[in-house]
Design a protein around this ligand. Structure first.
Ligand SMILES: Cc1cc2nc3c(=O)[nH]c(=O)nc-3n(C[C@H](O)[C@H](O)[C@H](O)COP(=O)(O)O)c2cc1C
Length: 192
């Protein structure tokens, strides 16, 4: 395995607060990562999903190893990425642990199915991507988890859910197009 780890000068670190404030400017697509089987399941909301390669199909996600879901990644060696649609902010909230639900209780109130690995996949997300874990790289507080895609399920186009500057934002192509037309057309346009 090729790997290059540089020992960086830690006295050059930016402050945590300034780094957080910069990262708040990065709009991220919101997904729920699910792990486990049957009743032994959990999951968490993330924005760190990134496509790695198309051939073979693979992606990566960064997971805090102190999260309650982490032991199930290690136990079952599989996970699913559920890309949320613009109406699924309540699911995103539940899977951050807000409201106190843990484990299987986070799945209540939504429809789930399975694809190849047996991990629960949201029935009506924008897309579900079922992965076997190919490699885990431990770095700082997190694990960089590389998933080899075993199966996908893609829904029809609806609005996407993003997170930007500390808030959820629904990205709706139709509504955004209407808004864009309203600001870009000269005033009086279309009037007889
Ligand atoms: C918008 C958003 C994005 C998040 N992205 C990540 C992420 O990429 N990786 C991660 O480990 N935690 C991320 N979190 C935090 C986890 O959702 C949260 O810590 C976890 O679900 C709660 O952990 P628990 O299962 O131990 O209760 C994110 C939270 C929010 C609100």
């Amino acid at each position: 395995m090729n790997s290059l780890v540089r020992i960086v000068q830690t006295d050059l670190d930016a402050s945590v607060a300034s780094f957080r404030s910069a990262m708040r400017q990065l709009a991220g697509g919101v997904s729920v990562i699910t792990v486990g089987r049957d009743k032994d399941i959990s999951g968490m909301t993330v924005t760190s999903v990134t496509s790695l390669s198309a051939e073979p199909p693979s992606l990566l996600v960064c997971i805090n190893r102190s999260s309650s879901s982490w032991p199930l990644f290690e136990k079952y060696g599989a996970f699913a990425v559920n890309i949320l649609n613009g109406d699924q902010q309540d699911i995103a909230d539940r899977f951050t642990g807000r409201g106190g639900a843990t484990g299987a209780a986070r799945f209540d109130g939504a429809q789930w199915t399975t694809l190849a690995t047996g991990v629960p996949v949201l029935a009506d997300g924008l897309a579900g991507i079922d992965c076997k874990i190919e490699e885990v790289i431990h770095r700082h507080s997190h694990a960089i988890v590389i998933g080899r895609v075993a199966a996908v399920r893609v829904a029809g186009q609806t609005a996407a859910l993003a997170y930007w500057q500390g808030e959820y934002v629904a990205l709706d192509r139709d509504q955004d197009a209407v808004r864009l037309a309203a600001v870009s057309l000269p005033s009086g346009y279309g009037k007889p």
